[in-house]
Each structure stands twice: as C-alpha cells, then as structure tokens.
Design a protein around this ligand. Structure first.
Ligand SMILES: *Cc1c(COP(=O)(O)O)cnc(C)c1O
Length: 356
C-alpha cells in the first residue's frame, strides 16, 4: 500500500506502522459471475488484509499520521473491525488505544482488541452512542479521536483501494463497483482516489457507477437515495447481523450520496435471509467463507442485475470487505457430531458419502 506514499499524508518513512496492508488481488470470479448472469466479475479480496478487513488500510494511515503528529493515546468507536484494526496498528506504533464497541459486537472483534493490549469498553448502545463516549474521552483526556470522518486520515488510507483498482484495470476503471456500505468511507475514499488520478492525468473523466448495498434493517443511505435527499436521516432501531452495516447515521452521508448520484449508481437494501443464503452460495462457488457484509453486497448485485442497473457485459468489481471468520457464526449452520466408532462410520457415514 505504501507504494502510494506520495499520495498519502504520512511524511516520514520511519513513522509508518506496517503490518502488510494493501496490494490486494482482484480475483476473477467466473462461477459466481455466471450464477449472477455476469460475464466479467472480479472480487476485490479486502479480507486478505491484516486483521481480516479493509479497515486496516484506514487505520494504518491514520495511526501512523496521528503518532507522527505527536499522539500517544488513540480512541475510536467501532462496530467491530475498525476497533480490531485500531488496536493492532496502535500496538504496531507503540501507543495506547481505547476502543468503544457496542456490547453485541462480534466476539472475534472483542478478542482481537484485548489481544493487542488495548483497552476495550463495551457499551450497551449503538455505534452512535459509542461515538459520543469516544468524543467525551477525547475531550476530557489527551486521547486523539479516530472516529470515522472526524479526522482526515482514515479516508486517505481507504483511498488506496481506488488507486489499486485503477492500476488493476490498467488505468481504465471498471463499469461498476458494488460496496457494502455502513459509514461509507470506502466509497468516499475511492471517489477521492479517482478525482486525484484524473487530476494527475492517469485516468480520464470516466468513473465507475458506484453502488451501495445496505441491510434492510439499517438502510439510511438507501432511504435518502430513494427520497432524493442529500442527507440521510438516522435509522431507528437499526438491526442487522452484519455488524459493519449497523451504522444508523453516517457522518459522510452527503459525500456517499453525491458519489452515488454523480456516478449514475444507486443504493439498494437486502433482507437478512438473502445475506445468509449468499454467504453459503459464495462459499460453495469457491470464494471461501466471506463476511455477511460481503454476502450482502453480492445479494445486492443480484438486485442490480435484475433491475438492469448492472448489465451482463459490464466489468464489475464486488467488494469482499472482510473475512467470514470475524462475524458471529450464523445460527443456521448445522453442526452434528458422530461417535468415535469405526463400525458406526462404516454403517452410517460411508454409505452417504458413496452416493453419487
Ligand atoms: C466497516 C465495514 C463495512 C462498511 O464499510 P464503510 O466503508 O464504513 O461503509 C463493510 N464490511 C465490513 C466487513 C466492515 O468491517
């Protein structure tokens, strides 16, 4: 990722907290593509980042720059993956971190924060409530607030996703980008990347159509898109198993909506059951155990193809934003154990496996 350092805010090489982030493959996905009716689908495998999500890119830049500017205690609210990434990069930079998470955040995220020696505050509330506590901590102590879009550097790190896509498409952009959207900094970062690439003469005026996918149980951007408003009202009783999408009010709502509209894209919401079905379908089509957020984006892509917003010949980049093993396991996954007994194996297990 740091190949792009001339475009990133960290001034000195030795201030970079590095865990191997970025430079992520765009995996051709012909089987998933065929099942969705698409001939040119690639999956950007951000789950391969350190800490298992694209949040690593933003935190790598933000932590490095904040520490370069003198911060020695960092605080952020997180629905899950951002907290894990903050904790990991703060430890890499040798500074203190405090992460405020809703108490129903995925166990893997809680554990990864504690494993790095960061302070974990579990709050009985939503991500927006966690944001209020994080702000209070920043105001009342010397901690630096790394909340989404409350500082300028995380989005700079996420920008590198757009730079990589341009490079991976040989300085031509794809027709469509499909992104599971919570706080929206991924979309905002890529949109900024494209503008910078154009101003440097590396690409022209073309842009991909930007598509945001949200969960039906928390879809403030989709509602604002449909209503034609520039800002998104906060979503009441936000509820979805995809923690990264459980963001009732995005600080950068207007930036996301501007990017969607300027690009000719759209925002769509998908039900929980479609997410769960798609998680297993993607796994069976060779994409591994993807996160519910990733599965939501793919389920949204089905809707976009059906409504002709994405054409069958379009080049499409689907974002795999995080690894499945970081979410809570879905209750629908049936696990059954068998006795440790060879005669049972011969009588009851092998016949089932021999069937064609
Ligand atoms: C944070 C997160 C998202 C949402 O990304 P934004 O850029 O904040 O909209 C999607 N998927 C996963 C796995 C995440 O951790």
């Amino acid at each position: 990722m740091w190949r792009w350092r001339e475009l990133l805010p960290v001034q000195r090489w030795e201030h970079i907290a590095y865990l191997g982030e970025g430079d992520i493959p765009l995996q051709p996905a012909p089987r998933l593509g065929a099942s969705l009716g698409l001939s040119n689908l690639g999956v950007k495998r951000e789950s391969l980042n350190p800490t298992g999500s694209f949040k690593a890119r933003g935190m790598a830049v933000a932590v490095s720059r904040a520490v370069e500017l003198g911060a020695n205690h960092l605080v952020a609210p997180s629905a899950g993956n951002a907290g894990g990434a903050l904790a990991a990069y703060a430890a890499a930079a040798g500074v203190r971190a405090t992460v405020v998470m809703p108490s129903d955040s995925p166990a893997a995220n809680q554990v990864e924060v504690l494993a790095t020696g960061a302070e974990l505050l579990l709050l009985e509330g939503l991500i927006s409530d966690c944001g209020r506590l994080a702000r209070l901590i920043a105001e009342e102590t010397a901690a630096f607030d790394l909340s989404t879009l409350k500082e300028p550097y995380r989005v700079e790190g996420k920008k590198t996703m757009g730079l990589e896509i341009a490079e991976q498409f040989d300085w031509h952009l794809p027709d469509a980008i499909v992104y599971p959207t919570g706080g929206g900094t991924g979309v905002v970062g890529m949109w900024k990347a494209f503008a910078e690439l154009e101003s440097m003469g590396l690409i022209g005026r073309e842009r991909p159509r930007m598509f945001c996918v949200q969960a039906e149980g928390c879809a403030p951007i989709v509602r604002a898109f449909q209503e034609g408003s520039r800002f998104a009202r906060s979503w009441d009783n936000a509820s979805t198993a995809a923690a990264g999408l459980r963001v009732p009010g995005a600080v950068g709502d207007f930036l996301i909506l501007d990017a969607i509209r300027e690009s000719g894209g759209a925002a769509v919401a998908v039900p929980e059951s479609d997410m769960l079905d798609m998680q297993r379908r993607m796994g069976s089509l060779g994409l591994g155990y993807v996160s519910l957020e990733t599965a939501a984006a793919a389920a949204g892509l089905v809707v976009l193809v059906e409504s002709d917003r994405v054409g069958r010949e379009d080049s499409v980049v689907l974002f795999d934003t995080g690894a499945g093993f970081k979410s809570e396991p879905p209750p629908t996954v049936a696990r059954r154990s068998i006795p440790n007994d060879e005669s049972f194996w011969r009588e009851s297990v092998l016949p089932g496996l021999r069937r064609a």
